[in-house]
Structures are given as structure tokens and as C-alpha cells.
Design a protein around this ligand. Structure first.
Ligand code: SAJ
Length: 440
């Protein structure tokens, strides 16, 4: 497959991964049909106003749409390649929900023709790609699907199917889409090879071929690896706090060792990938995955730990107020003692993105706001308005300086560039809890 052959690719799911992937194929001269069942997503793309912020993505999408290479519509049509990038979330009890993926597969089934390639980019439990092939075989009995041929590695099937996990980092998607190495897992070797020729259209990194099951587990292993390593940093930060040791200095010193590379502790792990994907492995091998389960627990507990530190700090402020007023023989009202201004810096799931999904910072602010004697100023340079869960009387969105000047307690929850660039000086007796170690 080569761009000169004017292949058509139908990308199903125009979210965080599907949209940039569709746009990049279009920018390389492919005819791209972008499909999303959500009319709001289609409208937003048509308007050039996206449902999320990603550097340079708007320009790339607009250029692809105006060149005619990217067409956006609500349902699939015939194509040479079908690329599926729909969400595969987990429920509150950590069960994986593959209903969007199944629907996407069902929606492309009527349009399949001999010689087509189907690529699955959605993160899935091990074995899913083969199951989808079996599902398609029941829907299109006129076509031969590769799962029956995988053992013999025979070439005699009509549709190629491969699992090609995405690896891009939100905030750096376009750079990483092109530059990152890719792992491609074919149900058969032929499936992997044809998918490789498709990705070679825009990928400049290396493309490594394997079988579908290994590629599925590889994606899960990458995110679980990061979760476990962040959990170590988070656990260390709580142990260091007990010993009154500055965690940032400790990590900097430990990382001087040539074989040590401790990650950054924070207020927990958020986003829709690292906090979610380990469950795809834990659920399917619960007896064998103690470490990954413990890491999930540590990272979840970290947000509660930060919350309890913030609550302790507010109690401390109230205690000091009472003591000071006694010393000065003043009689402030209980209202004066209780009312505390808290500046919460950052509510997104990580630095310099507008994404609030699974955000531990947001969860902390939501919990904190339950104490109605706290007046909370949220500073979040990446959003225009507070999310509905923070639309409460005691919470407002404020610029950094104003929030800092008014606060008794400052809580740094996300290391946004604006905060890192700010020369912080505490105001009066202001207390600081800096989960990112940017100001202490
Ligand atoms: N975090 C820390 N300490 C760190 C690094 C991150 O607390 O040292 C926190 C962040 O604040 C955030 C969370 O972890 O809350 C995840 O952030 P991230 O930047 O590590 O990762 P994501 O979720 O934005 O993207 C990850 C990436 N996976 C890996 O790095 C292994 C990305 O490459 C994947 O494509 C993406 O998941 C995905 O879609 O699976």
C-alpha cells in the first residue's frame, strides 16, 4: 500500500486518537472518510472548533477538510482500509466495556470487500482482535476472516485484521504520531505486513511486527509500567513526608545514580489511559497481578492523602487564628475563624492540557468544596468555565495572581507552565501544599 495508489481509509471514531490519525493520513494524500456517531463531534469538526485542545491539530484538520482529502460523516462507507479508534472505557467496578468497539465493527461489516484491511487502535483486553474477527465472520458469511487461518499462517482469507495500538502523548500528539516507533500485531503475518505498509505512509519511527495478542498486551504493559513507576514515586513522597524530607531533592539525588530514574510524584494518576489500562490486565489474571493492583491503589490513595493534608492545613489555620485572637484578647466570630480562602492551582489530569477525565486534582477540589466554610479559587488556565461538578457557591475560577493574593492556603495540584514560570512568594502567613514540587 502506498499513498500514490490513492487508497481510501475509513476512520471510525474521531476522538483523541481517531481525529489526528485521520488528519495525518489525509495530509499524506489518502482519501479519508472520518466517521463519528456523535453529531456534536461532527459539528465541532465542521466548525473547526474541536471538542478538545491539541497543539496544531486544528490547522491540520482544517487543511485536510479544505483540501477535500478528509470527509466527515455519520456512518461508514466502502473503503480499502477501516481504522477503528473508539473508546473502550472501564466501569466503576473496573469492568471493561467493549460495546462501542462491537458497534463500530458491526457498522463497518456491510461495507467490507475482499482485500480490505481492518485496523483496531482502541485499547483492548488480550484476545479481542481475534474475537472481533470471529464476530465479523458471523456477520459476513460470504467472506473469509483470518482468525481461522492464524494457526496455519495461511494466506487464504479475504480480510486482513491487525491490532495497532496508539502511543501518542496528549499535548504532543502530532509529533509523536509521526516520530514514535509502532508495534503492529497481525492476526496472521500477512495481516501485520499489510498494516505495516499502511502506517509507513506517515510513521517515521520504526515499525515492529508481531501477532495481535502480543501487540494487545504490549499496549497494556506500557501503561501499566508507567502506573507502577508513578506509584513508586507517590509512595516515596508519602514516606518522605513522614520523615520531613523534601521529596524533590531526594529524587534528584537518587536519580544521580546511573541506574535509577524515579518519576515525579503528584496528586494521583489521571487521564483515560494510565489509570484505566492496568485493569485490562489485572481483571484477566487477578492472581498474578498483585503489583499492578497495589500500584493502582497507591495512586488512588495519593489523592486522598493530599486531601487529608489540605484538611489538616485548614484546621491548623483555624487553630492559629483562635490562639492569636486569644493572645490579642480579641473576640472574632466563629464565622471569621472558620472562613478560609483556598487557591487550588490546576484541575486538569496533567500539565498544559484541557482534559479533566479521571483527574485526581478535580476530585480533590470537589471533595474540598464539601467544607462550605472554604472559599475556593480555582486557577485553571486551560479551561474557560468551571465544570458542572464545581458550580457551587463557594467556588470561583480566578486568574493566578488574584487567587494567590487572596488565599490563606495554596494547593498546587497540577504543574502547568504558567505556575512553573511564576515567581511564587507567600503572602503573610499563607500555607502552601505543593504536590508538584514546583515552589518548594
Ligand atoms: N504523572 C505523574 N508523574 C509522572 C508522570 C505522570 O504523576 O512522573 C501523572 C500525570 O500527572 C497524569 C498521569 O500520570 O495524571 C498520566 O500522565 P502521562 O503524561 O504519563 O500519560 P498519559 O495518560 O497522558 O498518556 C499515556 C502515555 N503512555 C505512556 O507514557 C506509557 C501515552 O504514550 C499513551 O499513548 C497514552 O497513555 C494512551 O493513550 O494510552
Amino acid at each position: 500500500m502506498h499513498k500514490d495508489s490513492q487508497q481510501t481509509i475509513c476512520v471510525v471514531g474521531l476522538g483523541y486518537i481517531g481525529l489526528p490519525t485521520a488528519a495525518i493520513f489525509a495530509s499524506r494524500g489518502m482519501q479519508v472518510i472520518g466517521v463519528d456517531t456523535n453529531p456534536k463531534v461532527l459539528e465541532a469538526i465542521a466548525d473547526g472548533s474541536f471538542h478538545y485542545v491539541e497543539p496544531d491539530l486544528d490547522m491540520l484538520v482544517q487543511a485536510s477538510v479544505s483540501s477535500g482529502n478528509l470527509k466527515i460523516q455519520a456512518s461508514p462507507q466502502k473503503a480499502d482500509v477501516f481504522l477503528i479508534a473508539v473508546p473502550t472505557p472501564v466501569s466503576h467496578d473496573h469492568e471493561v466495556d467493549l460495546s462501542c468497539l462491537d458497534s463500530a465493527i458491526v457498522s463497518v461489516a456491510p461495507f467490507l470487500q475482499k482485500g480490505n484491511l481492518i485496523i483496531i487502535e482502541s485499547t483492548v483486553p488480550v484476545g479481542t482482535t481475534e474475537k472481533l474477527s470471529a464476530l465479523l465472520a458471523t456477520l459476513r458469511q460470504d467472506l473469509q476472516f483470518p482468525h481461522k487461518r492464524a494457526q496455519e499462517q495461511q494466506q487464504k482469507f479475504d480480510i486482513h485484521i491487525a491490532f495497532c495500538p496508539e502511543r501518542v502523548l496528549p499535548g504532543q500528539m502530532l509529533k509523536e504520531l509521526v516520530g514514535n516507533d509502532r508495534v503492529i500485531g497481525g492476526i496472521t503475518k500477512a495481516c501485520a505486513e499489510i498494516a505495516q505498509s499502511c502506517y509507513a505512509i506517515f510513521v517515521r519511527g520504526q515499525i515492529k511486527l508481531t501477532d495481535a495478542r502480543t501487540a494487545e498486551m504490549c499496549k497494556l504493559a506500557e501503561n501499566a509500567f508507567r502506573d507502577v513507576n508513578i506509584a513508586f514515586a507517590n509512595e516515596l513522597s508519602m514516606v518522605a513526608a513522614k520523615h520531613d524530607i523534601r521529596i524533590n531533592e531526594l529524587i534528584e539525588l537518587a536519580n544521580c545514580h546511573p541506574r535509577v530514574n524515579i518519576l515525579q510524584p503528584g496528586c494521583g494518576v489521571g487521564g483515560h489511559c494510565i489509570a484505566v489500562d492496568p485493569w485490562f490486565l489485572i481483571n484477566t489474571a487477578p492472581q498474578e497481578s498483585h503489583l499492578m493492583r497495589a500500584a493502582r491503589q497507591v495512586n488512588t490513595d495519593k489523592a486522598q492523602w493530599v486531601l487529608s493534608k489540605a484538611m489538616q492545613a485548614t484546621e491548623q489555620i483555624r487553630k492559629i487564628r483562635r490562639e492569636e485572637s486569644q493572645q490579642k484578647n480579641q473576640q472574632p466570630t466563629e464565622q471569621d475563624i472558620q472562613q478560609i480562602q483556598v487557591a487550588c492551582l490546576g484541575i486538569t489530569y496533567k500539565a498544559d492540557v484541557d482534559d479533566l477525565r479521571e483527574s485526581p486534582a478535580l476530585e480533590i477540589v470537589e471533595q474540598l468544596a464539601k467544607d462550605t466554610n472554604l472559599q475556593i479559587s480555582v486557577v485553571e488556565p486551560n479551561i474557560q468555565a468551571l465544570p458542572r461538578s464545581l458550580e457551587k457557591k463557594n467556588i470561583s475560577l480566578k486568574p493566578l495572581k488574584e487567587a494567590l493574593d487572596q488565599s490563606d492556603l495554596v494547593l498546587v495540584l497540577v504543574d502547568h507552565a504558567e505556575f512553573k514560570n511564576h515567581n511564587y512568594k507567600s503572602v503573610g502567613t499563607q500555607a502552601l501544599i505543593d504536590t508538584q514540587g514546583i515552589w518548594n
